[in-house]
Write a protein that binds this ligand. Sequence first.
Ligand code: ZN
Length: 238
Amino acid sequence: MAPPLCSDHALVLFSGGQDSATCLAWALRRHAHVETIGFRYGQRHAVEMTCREPVRAALASPSLGPDHIVDLTATIAGLGTTALTTEATIAMTEEGLPNTFVPGRNLLFLTCAAALAFRRGIRRIVAGMCETDYSGYPDCRDDTVKAMQLALNLGMNRRFILETPLMWRDKAATWELALSLGGDALVETIRVETHSCYLGDRSRLHEWGYGCGKCPACELRADGWRRWRGDVSNGSGR
Ligand code: ZN
């Protein structure tokens, strides 16, 4: 029989990127026990998966529990191609969606996370979806996450709580959140150890982290860093 859900236990969707690393630090400050889950899905930036363990090590605390990796490569590749899972050129589609959008990806991630949380007695599922800088991904919207919470709770007869601490923060505010959670040390861990670049480029370290500097993920990350640092120099930030 599955255990009852513990309200102070959390499962963080942790990809190895800036957002999910910030979510992990956020969850560790709030919840007594925190586990992580990551997904392989044939992402062209699979290098992000190798960033997970160094970040977990840097954030290690008595609250940090086990890591779980779920391989959805065959599932997602079997459904068709996208620019995030092939070498296709990244562009916008006619309907205004980036072709890096993997249909159903975040819905699948949340479903898998809830299925694991069910078995492990974890009530809280923490994810880095963000509507402010959502890059046009409809599965990052607040309404999508709220609808998923309802569907998962009905479908699994549980009361999971989906927590999205970044939902209304832009990338500059996400850096500021990291600073408030763990000071300069956490900012530096996220800057150097996490990965956002869609092309998987870790050959160049910029002021905002590693990446090609040109793909949409790099542009978003670099722009957020610059706006945050600009706020700092204007005296309105840290
Ligand atoms: Zn890039």
